[in-house]
Design a protein around this ligand. Structure first.
Ligand SMILES: *[C@@H]1O[C@H](CO)[C@@H](O)[C@H](O)[C@H]1NC(C)=O
Ligand SMILES: *[C@@H]1O[C@H](CO)[C@@H](O)[C@H](O)[C@H]1NC(C)=O
Length: 455
């Protein structure tokens, strides 16, 4: 009863917000580019040149369509090299934008030795657009003065750069959570890359970072309204397909997310989109056709954000009491394959190397092999549920909800809802959801119990 009332109140707020947002000036237009890298077998200078030329052409199209910002993916200009010595050649020294103003397109002499920064800055300037791209940064350090300084006297960072409409370097971000990228270093203290634009406060990070606590803190503690997310992501069911987790994260934190992924379906890399918090997905792609995609969406500058700080501190309760109960309805005749309902709380282990704490509630189609229950996940199903309702009292307040239908389609939020009230998180599908379901899940992240991250 109380919940029904709450969801009615939330619906009414939704309507009010939409009316409020209907003025043109409350919106901006974003473009994300899912990129097929060119010239992989060329010498690295040629590869970079070819991809920069493509970025220029794509940004021109985005600006012509009225985009205020464009985001390109991680490793979009050149793939990483396998040794530190080789990889060094694709890096450029990126100056600190927080201490001084830099405009490589204008200060051409100063940046003569840095063609990537110069070109990206000029692309932003020529098109009058904010541009976010990923590249490598080289920062010299003093072994005698800095205990973290690598033995070759240089930090090498996987880095995002953001340029303003006039070509100024607005922000620089060094990736904190490398994913088996052994030639790169991580900064000794976490970086929060935050910058202002005429369409709100932006923040950014890279790929694997999205799993961890600093990504959440960027939204929760720093008032970021829109997150820019270059990535090179490998799909993983049932929780972490690229577009699936992008939507879930944006919705769980009620923040805009502009996610640009590489497109390499042969290794499971695809899926980009524009998401706006409680409005859900605005535009996305997850089509394994080998072709690049330029996506647009118009989104509110200030998504309807949840105010965590006003929440009451949850009181500790033992796990058994606080994490149970799910419910779903289905037409028995319609059930055409195996579905599992599962709850899990514990530490995820990726190749004995990366670990994080999960608290999840899941309904998913899955297959079993011999004694190995639910060991693989199909990508298509035929079963239509009349209703799915997942609720759980989670010990974490950070829960990322998602519904995937057959062939990994996302569904608009008119077809399912997510609500949270203190510890209780609830996902309910509507009768309008008539596509066969692949999975519905509440993916909780218990950041406070994450083991220490190591590279
Ligand atoms: C999504 O992007 C495509 C490709 O640019 C565009 O044609 C379409 O209109 C966009 N859809 C929405 C809902 O904005
Ligand atoms: C969540 O906790 C509340 C209060 O302890 C309890 O009334 C409710 O039944 C619980 N719900 C679920 C789904 O476990």
């Amino acid at each position: 009863m109380i919940l029904a009332l709450l969801s009615q109140i939330l619906n009414v707020l939704g309507i009010i917000s939409q009316v409020h947002w209907s003025s043109q000036t409350d919106y901006f237009t974003a473009a994300v580019y899912e990129h097929v890298r060119l010239g992989n077998d060329d010498p690295f200078q040629i590869t970079i040149q070819k991809n920069l030329a493509l970025y220029a052409e794509v940004t021109g199209r985005a600006a012509a369509a009225g985009a205020d910002i464009i985001v390109f993916p991680e490793y979009g200009l050149c793939k990483g090299k396998s040794t530190r010595h080789e990889n060094r050649k694709i890096l450029e020294h990126i100056p600190n934008p927080y201490k001084e103003n830099w405009n490589p397109c204008v200060q051409k002499e100063k940046f003569r030795d840095r063609p990537i920064l110069t070109k990206l800055s000029c692309i932003a300037k020529v098109n009058g657009i904010v541009l976010v791209a990923n590249m490598g940064d080289l920062q010299p350090c003093q072994i005698s003065q800095d205990p973290h300084c690598p033995s070759d006297g240089e930090y090498h960072y996987n880095t995002n750069v953001a340029f303003g409409r006039d070509g100024t370097l607005l922000a620089r971000y060094h990736k904190m959570h490398l994913f088996f990228e052994t030639t790169y270093n991580i900064p000794s203290t976490p970086e929060y890359a935050i910058f202002n634009t005429d369409f709100g406060v932006m923040g950014m990070f890279i790929c694997f970072d999205i799993i961890f606590e600093d990504a959440m803190k960027l939204v929760k503690d720093y008032g970021v309204q829109t997150v820019l997310f270059p990535t090179w992501w490998f799909d993983e069911l049932p929780f972490l397909a690229a577009h699936q987790f992008q939507e879930a994260w944006s919705l769980g934190l009620r923040v805009n997310l502009l996610a640009a992924n590489m497109h390499q379906p042969s290794v499971g890399t695809l899926g980009s989109g524009v998401y706006s918090g409680t409005q859900g997905v605005l535009n996305y792609t997850h089509i394994p056709d080998g072709k690049p995609k330029l996506l647009f969406a118009k989104l509110p500058k200030n998504p309807h954000k949840w105010h965590f700080k006003n929440n009451i501190q949850p009181r500790p309760i033992p796990l058994q009491d606080r994490f149970k109960s799910s419910f779903f309805e289905y037409d028995k005749n319609a059930l055409k394959e195996n579905f599992y309902l599962a709850v899990f709380k514990g530490i995820r282990n990726v190749k004995d190397h990366y670990f994080w704490c999960e608290e999840v509630c899941l309904l998913a189609a899955c297959r079993s092999q011999k004694s190995n229950q639910c060991s693989s996940f199909p990508t298509t199903t035929k079963t239509i549920f009349t209703k799915i309702k997942l609720s759980g009292n989670f010990s974490t307040r950070y829960v990322y909800p998602n519904v995937l239908t057959s062939s990994l389609y996302l569904q608009p939020l008119a077809k399912w809802t997510f609500s949270m009230s203190h510890q209780l998180k609830e996902l309910v599908t509507m009768p309008t959801l008539t596509d066969p379901v692949l999975s519905a899940n509440l993916y909780g992240r218990c950041y406070d119990r994450d083991p220490m991250y190591r590279t």
